[in-house]
Design a protein around this ligand. Structure first.
Ligand code: NAP
Length: 281
């Protein structure tokens, strides 16, 4: 029997940690499987899906295909449907079923940081795909969310999910510092702090966070200015690696029905991050 084939598809795809992470999980489980990375330009997605449907057991889907891939699927689970995006596909008997494991990844990160008590006040920076998953989890917990985004109209569209519990606050709003000082959870779901925006933070200048707050940066593998500010103010500061690993673990469970070796997945990611940092320094 040939090994089962899995892949991550996106454009660009070179920097994805999924091949290393899932290869480590398959190896640790003793499964005969290969995990590839395919760069698929948007215009070629539909043509490639026919091939994946036949020859692959499962896929991860990343930018820019998470939304458009829904049109190619035979079935979409309720979480992916409500987010309007899928990041994991299971192929069985020529049928493609779409899931979104980002909320499970964020939920696991929150639990690990003991920040999953219901009813918290959260400030969420960003209104893109990752923010949508974060919002889904926070609202599911019964939290109240202050949403801050560069493009305010996009934030307003997200807030329409639950207008009673999501309040959109402009980035330069006078109320923002006070809300940040009272927030139990502050999440950065923007790329500010990534390598190409290394000195940027979503926090307004001089912002003070509550000492008991949990600050979560979905950017992973680096101490971003946001996390440094939070840590210096005595907050619990957590980067996005655990969300990445846990969403991958959930994909593995959907494909295999088994429990992955999460330590091996995390170690594989850390090694890739270290190698990438070394290659630019
Ligand atoms: P996305 O859909 O492109 O959304 C990007 C968000 O960031 C938007 O709200 C955008 O605001 C905002 N933004 C972009 N550039 C900005 C800038 N220069 N100043 C202020 N705001 C800016 O991307 P995404 O998929 O949500 O990803 C967001 C971040 O989360 C990335 O760093 C990504 O690596 C990270 N992420 C991590 C995980 C994980 O597992 N740890 C998972 C997914 C994503 P506008 O609406 O105004 O454009």
């Amino acid at each position: 029997m040939p090994p089962e084939r899995y892949a991550v598809i996106g454009d660009p795809i070179e920097h994805s940690l999924s091949p290393a992470m899932q290869t480590a999980a398959f190896a640790s489980a003793g499964l005969d499987a290969v995990y590839e990375a395919h760069r698929i330009p948007p215009a070629r997605l539909a043509a490639h899906m026919a091939r994946f449907r036949e020859a692959y057991a499962g896929l991860n889907v990343t930018i820019p295909h998470k939304e458009t891939v829904l049109r190619q699927l035979d079935q979409v689970d309720p979480v992916a449907r409500s987010l309007g995006a899928a990041n994991t596909l299971v192929c069985r008997g020529g049928r493609l079923v779409g899931y979104n494991t980002d909320p499970a990844g964020f939920q696991a990160l929150l639990s690990g940081a003991a920040a999953d008590e219901p009813g918290a006040l959260a400030v969420l920076f960003g209104a893109g795909g990752a923010a949508r998953a974060v919002l889904h989890v926070l609202l599911g917990l019964g939290d109240r969310v202050v949403l801050v985004n560069r493009d305010e109209r996009r934030a307003v569209a997200r807030a329409a999910l639950d207008p009673l519990r999501v309040e959109v606050v402009p980035r330069d709003d006078r109320r923002l510092p006070g809300l940040l000082s009272r927030a139990d959870i502050v999440v950065n779901a923007t790329p500010l702090g990534m390598r190409h925006l290394a000195y940027e933070s979503p926090l307004p200048p001089g912002a003070a966070l509550a000492q008991r707050a949990v600050a979560i940066d979905l950017v992973y593998g680096r101490l971003t200015p946001f996390l440094r500010t939070a840590r210096d103010q005595g907050c619990v500061a957590v980067d996005g690696l655990e969300m990445l690993v846990q969403q991958g673990a959930e994909s593995f469970r959907l494909w295999t029905g088994g429990e992955p070796d999460i330590d091996a997945m995390r170690a594989a990611c850390l090694q890739q991050i270290e190698e990438a940092e070394c290659s630019v320094s």
